[in-house]
Design a protein. Sequence first.
Length: 403
Amino acid sequence: MLTLALRNLFRHRVRTAVTLAAIVFGVVGLILSGGFVQDIFNKLGEALIHSQTGHLQVSRTGFQNQGTRKPEQYRISNPARLKAQIETLPQVDSAMARVEFSGLLNNGHTDWAIEGEGIEPAPEARLGTFLSLVAGRQLQKSDSNGALVGAGVARALHLAPGDPVTLVVTTADGAANTIDLEVTGIFQTFSKDYDARIVKIPLHAAQEVLDSQAVNVIVVSLKHTSDTAQVAQTLNSKLAGQGLEVATWQTLNEFYGKTVTLYDRQFGVLRLVVLAMVLLSVANSVNMSLFERTAEFGTMRALGNRSRTVFLLIATETLLLGLIGAAIGVILGVILALGISAIGIPMPPPPNADVGYIAQIDLKAWPVTEAFLVGTIAAMVAGIGAAVRSSRVKIVDALREAI
């Protein structure tokens, strides 16, 4: 049966080639579009991790939901001990303390409302690989009164590296406190909103102006992003009963989840369109081929073959068409994906961003397998209806087609 099916395919080379082309085109389209969307997810996730939140954040229970309004009420009093606990995990690259606050930044002429972060300069610099410096340099441990400001803040206050600024905050006791700072650098991320309000200062300077040695969160940087869920589960078990909660970068970035949902739905529609295109193309080609071979099937049945033999022959042919077309599509799709990724696709800044990026095609095992299955199954589904009709034609009617 397999040998006969292969001979039939190569007997109609042109029609077989047209059918294979439709399957190949569909499979390649799924691989490239799926890899492109996956690359968007990966780059967006890494940008959020390495410019804002880190992989995980450990904080007092309730801080992520309510602490942003009153961060002074959700502070960790012994961050050094907690960091040491976290860094014992083999998947953890580093843990760093942050204290968050709100205040006013003054350039001597104008006040600008900001969201501040007191950070540990060295580990934060290693984490912030997606944080681009527009001017100046990163904060260093020796910068006792340095300030790293977002590009939006710098534009609003007309700041440049070396400019003096004054930060005004309210302590936990309700008293106003000030500290004089010097701008060491201006940074830019993918998010305009983030850049328009964030100012980063050394942790000890933030603790001094807030009159507190406590911190709000311990930011955890992992060696591999894929370990996020496992480490979060481990930390939840390890820190149980201490009044602490662990939040992953997906939880901390609601925008990411909404973006993934949106693109998943769009890609789902694309899959349906490709599936319909392959189904129609294969069905058209198979139906034309089987119509021309009606007399052949009549002869087979007149010689003693059952109708199920005709059905199996046609089903085997369409299965082979699907397998061959999907295999060629996967090979061609992988080659094109690697070539496109080597060159890169220059992309404009996404909505609410100033920075463009170079897109690639991210090849994962499951999307490639899924594209192969779609191509194969589409060919099978398209051929089954034609196979049923051809196997049920009366022998006399089938033989009459040869006259």
